[in-house]
Write a protein that binds this ligand. Structure first.
Ligand code: 13P
Ligand code: 13P
Ligand code: MG
Ligand code: MG
Ligand code: MG
Ligand code: MG
Length: 380
């Protein structure tokens, strides 16, 4: 049994929030190489998207292993040191605590893990997104595992024909629930159609409850209670032989959807599928990006990565995302480009509200100018 752990953090941006610095990636690779040599890891790959570094680790220690989380913690401490030395932007941004107590959960990094009983051939895709939130995976996961117009295998493949079970999380109430598709699709959609509130944590094949997809569900602002950058989630999906084909999984990103998390974590924009070379976030600190690292697992070894969105057939999706970005940008500081107010509560919104609160008075009372002398309205 191999375990795949993908742990991702922003420990410093180069330049601003746009990309990572090569020294930071090199530091991560050097440390992980040692952990492979001493037998802690079977294999590793350091992935990047925007200003985030993802540690893609294979090992035999199971999910939530203290040893593995400790490795990731050490790497993120070291890359933070490099970032501080280079005065990169937001050094240590995603590390909310200085103390590691056995598990990275709740400390800031995004984590997705999956224990895999390796099949005769085990293709695995790892998705990394920047400038967005965990709910960004909801729509593509629905397309992949519940929409036959995206995934003909749901109709054709007898192992998928019974459908899939979606395990969802209520991020605000800290509760989980399961819904089975196709029978409960409409119930499921009622929840996952609200991706800032409900996120898909795992997908299981209905026939045998084999886990086929896992996501990171950590929401930084809910952990920190203030704005500390965007969550920038990761996702693992297994492919082929009773699971969706690689192309069916990627197809879910061929028509870009709108997600929250662009510029200051406060704007909605299209998620653009990009090859590794284009996995940077510059225009208006975005638009949100997703890169896909493809591997063939071989006895726990990560054969790869293949850069799966580098395919020119995704050029129309990128062009469309560009047009959607243009359209959204024209709205400036107005919703729905800017996030709704209840999601701005982790930004400067509470401060502004506190400062002007006493200007808001019941509408029925005396005219405003009589009651608000000394405010901006009287030209003070
Ligand atoms: P190949 O014949 O190229 O292996 O294709 C099989 C397939 O089903 C692709 O979706
Ligand atoms: P990151 O979470 O990628 O650091 O983004 C922060 C931001 O606000 C960019 O505008
Ligand atoms: Mg950043
Ligand atoms: Mg980021
Ligand atoms: Mg972030
Ligand atoms: Mg073939």
């Amino acid at each position: 049994m191999a375990t795949l752990s993908v742990l991702k953090a922003d420990t410093g941006g180069y330049v601003g929030h746009s990309a990572t610095h090569p020294d930071l990636v090199e530091a991560a690779e050097t440390l992980l190489k040692g952990k492979k040599e001493d037998g802690t890891l079977l294999d590793f790959c350091v992935g990047q998207v925007g200003d985030d570094v993802a540690l893609i680790l294979s090992h035999t220690r199971g999910a939530e292993s203290e040893a593995i989380h400790r490795v990731a913690w050490e790497v993120f401490q070291q890359t933070t040191d490099v970032a501080k030395r280079l005065k990169l932007y937001g050094a240590g941004q995603d590390l909310l605590s200085d103390a590691f107590s056995g598990n990275l959960k709740g400390l800031g990094p995004g984590i997705a893990e999956m224990e895999i009983d390796e099949r005769p051939s085990e293709p695995v895709l790892v998705f990394l997104a920047d400038k967005t939130e965990p709910g960004a995976w909801n729509l593509p996961l629905y397309r992949i595992f519940a929409d036959p117009f995206n995934t003909p295998g749901l109709v054709i493949d007898p192992k998928m024909h019974d459908g899939f079970v979606f395990e969802i999380l209520d991020l605000k109430a800290d509760q989980a629930a399961r819904f089975k598709t196709p029978e409960e699709s409409y119930d499921l959609l009622m929840f996952i159609g609200a991706p800032s509130h409900y996120v898909v944590r795992r997908v299981l094949r209905a026939q045998d409850e084999e886990v086929v997809a896992a996501t990171s569900t950590q929401k930084l602002s809910l952990m920190a209670g203030r704005y500390v950058g965007k969550d920038d989630p990761v996702m693992i999906v297994r492919a082929q032989s009773g699971f969706p084909a690689v192309g069916e999984i990627l197809e879910a990103f061929a028509r870009p959807h709108l997600v929250g998390g662009w510029m200051r974590g406060s704007h909605v924009g299209p998620i653009m599928p990009v090859g590794f070379r284009d996995a940077v976030a510059s225009r208006f600190d975005g638009p949100p990006r997703v890169a896909c690292y493809g591997f063939q697992l071989n006895r726990g070894r990560l054969v790869g990565p293949r850069d799966l969105f580098a395919d020119v057939a995704f050029d129309p999706a990128r062009r469309q995302a560009g047009e959607m970005a243009e359209m959204m940008r024209s709205m400036g500081p107005f919703e729905p480009h800017r996030l709704p107010l209840d999601e701005m509560e982790y930004t400067t919104m509470p401060e502004i509200m506190a400062r002007v609160r006493d200007r808001f008075v019941p509408v029925e009372e005396a005219p405003l100018e009589e009651r608000q002398e000394g405010t901006a309205a009287t030209g003070r």
